[in-house]
Design a binder for this molecule. Structure first.
Ligand SMILES: Cc1cc2nc3c(=O)[nH]c(=O)nc-3n(C[C@H](O)[C@H](O)[C@H](O)COP(=O)(O)OP(=O)(O)OC[C@H]3O[C@@H](n4cnc5c(N)ncnc54)[C@H](O)[C@@H]3O)c2cc1C
Ligand code: SF4
Length: 323
């Protein structure tokens, strides 16, 4: 790993790292990324694997494939929202190659950006690459491309942290602080830094977990709206059946995956019914700010966030322990 970081430092700004390559390679073919060099990380064994952490949680190496996450009994038992979200990414073949680190670092997506060079040239390019205007919000100076990874909303619900290594050393930060909320410079990562580990805290183990996603092609597609829910029911005396704690994360409808503010407070201490589930759905729909960055309309995607959130919290409350 040290060798890789030194290499990134020496060739700062001119290298892209390749984990599974399932997003990097198509993006390079479309000339979205034009690095002089590509550094293949796949030989770094220390960045692969799932194991119990020293603090009682679980550590996942950034190079661990989505297939390994989907199949991990340890994760299924304790962090099922993550295995469910991972199992919806793309297709089995892509999950065999694609990694959790690549999913966290995934570039944001837009109808006007994820296109070939001649296509983008024909439209006069845009702010995210080679141009100075935004086709989605003309007149603005900001890029609104949507973050479209499936596992980050689940990881946010689990209060996950990541380890980042670079020439200046190693730091650990909450995943929630990794994303900037901008469509172009969407993550806080220097060009000579690597995401090396994902930490799932012991406190988040054992929550019921549900992930729901809207996509055009059910067998292989990015989310156009995605909702992750974790929930713990109270097992104490009188309050049995009351929600002790819950969190909701959304993806593909903003430039960053986000936790729905106020959802935990709204749900805590309550017994779930249709009215409460609907209120949480409304809250999630307010957090979602989809724009015309995809083939489906923003109105439909926001509405599906509302519907999926309602369904997901109801499903989490009725969750049957499968282990
Ligand atoms: C047809 C198709 C359908 C897809 N559907 C989905 C989907 O439904 N849901 C979804 O979430 N994704 C989807 N993807 C995207 C992709 O397959 C996954 O997001 C996958 O997890 C990316 O991981 P990777 O290891 O292949 O990343 P790579 O392609 O290797 O890398 C992705 C980006 O992250 C950077 N990177 C990778 N690892 C690190 C690291 N450890 N540290 C720092 N930077 C890093 C790379 O430089 C690159 O910029 C799809 C892709 C295709 C081609
Ligand atoms: S949101 Fe605007 S600037 Fe960003 S990729 Fe789309 S068209 Fe380009």
């Amino acid at each position: 790993m040290e060798e890789a970081i030194n290499y990134l430092g020496t060739h700062r700004g001119n290298v892209r790292v390749l984990a599974g390559g399932t997003d990097l390679i198509p993006s390079m073919r479309q000339k979205l990324f034009e690095p002089g060099l590509v550094l293949d990380l796949r030989g770094i064994g220390a960045m692969r694997g799932i194991k119990a952490g020293s603090d009682g949680g679980v550590e996942i190496g950034a190079l661990t494939t989505l297939h390994a996450i989907e199949r991990s009994e340890l994760l299924r038992q304790h962090y099922s929202v993550l295995t469910e979200a991972a199992s919806t990414v793309a297709s089995p073949v892509l999950r065999n190659m694609g990694t959790i680190g690549g999913n966290i670092c995934l570039d944001t997506r837009c109808l006007w950006y994820n296109q070939s060079l001649p296509w983008r040239k024909g439209c006069g390019f845009c702010i995210k690459k080679d141009g100075d205007l935004c086709h989605v919000a003309p007149g603005g100076t900001k890029c609104w491309a949507a973050f479209s990874g499936d596992t980050p909303p689940a990881l946010l619900c689990l209060d996950a942290e990541i380890e980042i290594a670079g020439p200046a050393g190693v730091r650990r930060e909450r995943l929630a602080d990794f994303y900037t909320g901008l469509g172009d410079n969407y993550r806080q990562l220097q060009t000579d830094e690597l995401v090396t580990l994902v930490f799932l805290p012991a406190a988040a183990a054992g929550y019921r977990g549900v992930y729901r996603k809207l996509r055009v092609r059910g067998s292989i597609d990015y989310p156009l709206a995605g909702v992750a829910v974790v929930m713990k029911l109270s097992s104490n005396g009188k309050s049995v059946g009351h929600i002790a704690d819950a969190r909701i994360g959304i993806t593909a409808v903003n430039p960053a995956p986000l936790l729905v503010k106020g959802a935990s407070e709204l749900l805590a201490g309550r017994v779930l019914d249709d009215t409460l589930a609907e209120a949480v759905g409304d809250l999630a729909a307010k957090t979602a700010k989809p724009l015309t960055t995809s083939a489906l309309t923003p109105e439909y995607r926001r509405e599906m966030i509302r519907v999926f959130t309602k369904r997901a919290v109801l499903a989490a409350a009725q969750w049957v322990d499968r282990n």
